[in-house]
Unconditional design. Structure first.
Length: 266
């Protein structure tokens, strides 16, 4: 099975231009790809300055971003996970979300549980439980960016039998890429961390994104890591069934060896 990431360099607020950049990046894909992951907020950019501005760019799952992703799935022949600003019009809430989509429909939506920095001013915390989606021969769970720092997220997805964690991100700290080695090793799952590149300076904010998107194997091996400063697409081949073997050796199983009754907190 072939999986990979699209590392883009969006310009804030210019969705159509950002769609065109992604389309251009994916033109050369010849492989029979099963799953591609795009960054967090890949079409809008990141540095929102007000709830009003965020609401203006947010969409529901019938919006233009989802239609673009469906068309991209159709042209490549794959499933895509991508981050977007989602509005729930019934509740008047905006979420930093990721969608899993094929050419026909949205297969699942995840709303970021752990908001980072000023995201807490412009987005509501996610209100949907973690879930794993079975698509063809793969089981895919989603998390977004700063969720990496909470090991409970990746562990929960592993306990839900995820083979692959799709991880859209807008990383500005230098730690995540290496931390995902541990997340994958301790859970025996694959992960696709799709980060963006570039800089956004708006208001008092100045964000420099670290790039270095990566695919990490179930055993902690980094199968691919992108450069820090350039848009790029990378595809690697895996056997997703390797993630279903949780044994480290004859005597140790990562899941069966847990002792939840002893993990007490006050």
């Amino acid at each position: 099975m072939k999986i990979g990431y699209i590392q883009n360099d969006p310009e804030f607020g210019r969705k159509e231009m950002n769609f065109r950049q992604v389309r251009e990046l994916t033109k050369g894909i010849q492989d029979d790809v099963a799953l591609l992951v795009l960054p967090e907020l890949f079409a809008t950019g990141y540095a929102f300055q007000s709830i009003k501005e965020t609401k203006m760019m947010a969409e529901d799952i019938s919006g233009e971003t989802i239609h673009f992703l469906q068309d991209l799935c159709r042209s490549i022949g794959c499933v895509i996970c991508a981050g977007f600003a989602e509005i729930d019009r019934d509740r008047d809430q905006i979420y930093n979300s990721a969608v899993l989509v094929d050419e026909h429909e949205a297969l699942g939506v995840y709303r970021k549980l752990h908001l980072f920095n000023k995201e807490t001013l412009y987005f509501s915390p996610g209100n949907l439980p973690l879930a794993v989606h079975t698509i063809g021969g793969m089981k895919v769970g989603m998390m977004i960016c700063f969720d990496w720092i909470y090991p409970e997220v990746a562990r929960t997805l592993a306990l839900l039998d995820a083979d692959i964690i799709a991880h859209p991100a807008n990383l500005v700290l230098p730690y995540c890429q290496d931390a995902m080695i541990t997340r994958c090793l301790e859970n025996h799952v694959f992960a696709i961390t799709a980060n963006r590149v570039g800089r956004e300076t708006r208001g008092m904010d100045n964000f420099i994104f670290t790039g270095q998107s990566q695919v990490t194997s179930f055993d902690g091996t980094v199968l691919a890591r992108a450069p820090a400063g350039a848009p790029v697409v990378k595809i690697v081949e895996i056997n997703q069934k390797d993630a279903r073997n949780k044994k480290i050796n004859e005597f140790n199983d990562l899941i069966a060896g847990r002792r939840p009754s002893m993990y007490r907190t006050r």
